[in-house]
Design a protein around this ligand. Sequence first.
Ligand SMILES: [Zn+2]
Ligand SMILES: [Zn+2]
Ligand SMILES: [Zn+2]
Length: 238
Amino acid sequence: MTNRKTGLPMPLFFLSLPRNEANRDIYNITEICFMKIIVEPLKPRNGPAQCFRCQGFFHSSRYCTRNPKCVKCGKPHLTRDCKKTPDTDATCCHCQGNHPANYSGCPMNPLNKPPPPPKVNAWQERERKRRERLEAEKIQAHAASTTTATNSSIPQSAEPPTRPTETRTSPQLQAPPPQPPTAQPPQDSSLLGTLKELQDPQVVELLTTMKKIVAIAKQDKTQGEKTIELCHLLGIKI
Ligand SMILES: [Zn+2]
Ligand SMILES: [Zn+2]
Ligand SMILES: [Zn+2]
């Protein structure tokens, strides 16, 4: 190979071989005729293509019709017509910095720009959001079921004085109504009224249904099976 500037031959040789297993052995050769050599693969050009004419990126000078810009001084002329002397600083036409326009460290070089944000697939995004919502609902349901469980455990101990027989016959159904006994001490008449209303058969029925829903939610089944059970419970036809 020859030097691009001086045209003189360099101690560098370009070999083109088909890519196969046998040719891979060339990298093991370290000397030829008692002369040490190093075999290296061709380094790929890094960075985007840059035009020699206008210094723009992502196209070649071959078909460029833009106004020329000098790679050295950034002024509007072809690089070969440049009058800049080596002792004056170069000026980049992209950032006005003191480097040639083809310097790979130029802040305006696409190599040094931050990568664009990753593309978002709308369908995957929607699915992800749906899953997150389901997760949140599950956690809420779990939290609700645990609070109900603790509530039911407290009244059971406080219940015997008021309605011992009912607790024994149907402990499951009586769990929410027993809340009144524990809450009664504050002697708030309006609160007392509300709590009495809680013992209304209609309210009890609703609370029972809620207990059943919690029970279904806590089962060790798939979401689909739980949904089917829930629909059965509420009398919804699927
Ligand atoms: Zn160009
Ligand atoms: Zn110039
Ligand atoms: Zn620059």
